[in-house]
Write a protein that binds this ligand. Structure first.
Ligand code: NGQ
Ligand code: ZN
Length: 455
């Protein structure tokens, strides 16, 4: 029998006791029953929660982690970091991309993520030509997801310009170049991959890198209800360039020119006017917040409190992967607001006063919406994606369920995720990914190869 008996499980309406979870061969929940009786033979677990969705990832950047923290001659910024990242992206092979993504996804699983949204833009060969199979690198990243067991929403990126007003790409961006036709071709090649574990959407890189006309063309040919992700308003410099180009701020321009709705994820959306905050909230789109990367790159702080007051939806992503921990994203999301407002306990709602619970549940909902897959809840019809916390750890031993998320999100630095199931399969057991040795060996070899190139 495919079943688990959870002494405490986080359901959509909060922690419930004695929850019997059952799923089918395809990995979908078929029964989720609270206040059940433990039957003999069914394995048990004390603390069970839905796995988190990581709604924004550039997997290859995992291999760059820690290597850009050296000051240059002038003042460093997002833009100087980006030059280093471009240089790094220049030579990575599809095999290496797969190896890096597998390492990353295994780490994400170990830290409680069970789904990724991959904003995938290194799509051409180093000389700027398309691979014989246009979707080559996207296929590799999907292969890595399948190897690790994590669910994935692959978002091939539309990337045509270096800046607002259709500025020509720089040579360093040659591997990223796609027009509307290229992206639709890549999506077409990926369609056979779609199944319970894999969804395919699209990502116009930004209003800097894609024109409104191009985005419309892609949307016209994209099956309805597929996720659409875009980077927006991540830097003051971008806002200024947008104003210079159109007289409008990026979010204002986006909302006035494209049909932004619940299938959209606006990644970062850091620099907003109060009108833009309200307009995003009313659109039903998800704000894709990446606190550790936004901090690392010096982006700024998202106006979370007013966005939540307007009913805005959000999820979290690890973006450049300076962190692989869902806890760290959520903790910093709240801490950024506390530092900004000089107050405490900000991410809450009228009905949910516990910050950890509010953050985990809201990020699950927003993340699932952005992923466009039936995930994010222990509920019938959803994927059987769950994490089991280490109830033996001193931080969790013997505590009330109501305190679990507060301790999980805000106390200490040990990883409290013990076991992870995705689509009904255990992929992490006792804090180890089931394929970890092979994945790590390949990743280390890849890092050595990339180091050789840099030397
Ligand atoms: C990216 N990174 O796509 O990797 C961007 C920077 C750009 C983040 N927004 C590159 N974290 O804007 O062209
Ligand atoms: Zn990004």
């Amino acid at each position: 029998m495919k079943a688990l008996f959870a002494h405490n499980a986080l359901l959509a309406d909060g922690w419930r006791k004695n929850v019997l979870l059952q799923w089918d061969d395809r990995g979908n929940f078929t029964a989720v029953q609270a206040d059940a009786v433990a039957a003999p033979g069914i394995p048990g677990a004390r603390l069970v929660m839905p796995g988190m969705v990581n709604l924004h990832s550039h997997a290859f950047q995992r291999a760059l982690g820690g290597l850009t923290e050296v000051a240059g001659d002038s003042k460093d910024s997002f833009w100087t970091w980006r030059d280093l990242m471009y240089r790094f992206a220049r030579n990575i092979t599809p095999e290496q991309m797969e190896a890096i993504a597998a390492q990353l996804y295994a780490e994400c699983l170990r830290h409680g993520y069970t789904s990724m949204c991959e904003f995938h833009y290194v799509q051409r060969a180093p000389d700027g030509s398309m691979y014989p199979q246009a979707s080559e690198t996207a296929q590799r990243v999907i292969a890595a997801a399948r190897q690790t067991g994590i669910g994935i929403t692959m978002l091939p990126v539309l990337y045509s310009y270096a800046g607002f007003g259709e500025q020509p790409l720089k040579p360093e961006q040659a591997r990223f170049r796609t027009d509307a036709r290229d992206v639709l071709k890549i999506i077409g090649e990926l369609e056979p991959q779609r199944d319970a574990q894999v969804e395919v959407g699209v990502a116009p890189h930004s209003l800097r890198a894609a024109s409104v006309a191009q985005i419309r063309e892609v949307l016209d040919h994209l099956p309805k209800a597929r996720p659409v992700h875009i980077h927006i308003a991540e830097q003051q410099g971008e806002v200024q360039q947008s104003l210079d180009f159109s007289g409008k701020r990026p979010v204002q321009y986006l909302l006035e020119n494209l049909p932004v709705d619940a299938r959209w994820c606006l990644v970062h959306a850091t620099h907003l006017t109060p009108e833009e905050v309200m307009a995003i909230a009313q659109s039903g789109a998800v704000a894709g917040l990446c606190p550790t990367t936004e901090a690392n790159l010096g982006d700024g702080l998202f106006p979370l409190e007013s966005f939540l007051e307007q009913g805005g939806r959000f999820g979290v992503g690890s973006d450049s992967h300076v962190s692989q921990s869902a806890v760290e994203e959520l903790r910093w999301l709240e801490y950024g607001q506390r530092l900004l407002q000089q107050r405490r306990n900000i991410a809450t709602s009228v009905s949910e006063r516990r910050v950890g619970d509010f953050l985990w549940q809201a990020a699950l909902q927003g993340g699932a919406q952005a992923a466009g897959r039936p995930v994010g809840a222990l509920a019938v019809g959803k994927r059987a994606d769950l994490i089991v916390l280490d109830d033996d750890h001193p931080n969790l031993d013997g505590i009330e369920a109501a305190d679990v998320l507060g301790c999980f999100v805000f106390s200490g630095n040990d990883n409290l995720v013990r076991d992870v199931m995705v689509g009904g399969h255990w992929v992490v057991r006792g804090q180890k990914h089931v394929a970890q040795p092979a994945i790590t060996t390949r990743f280390k070899k890849t890092l050595a190869e990339l180091r050789e190139l840099r030397a």
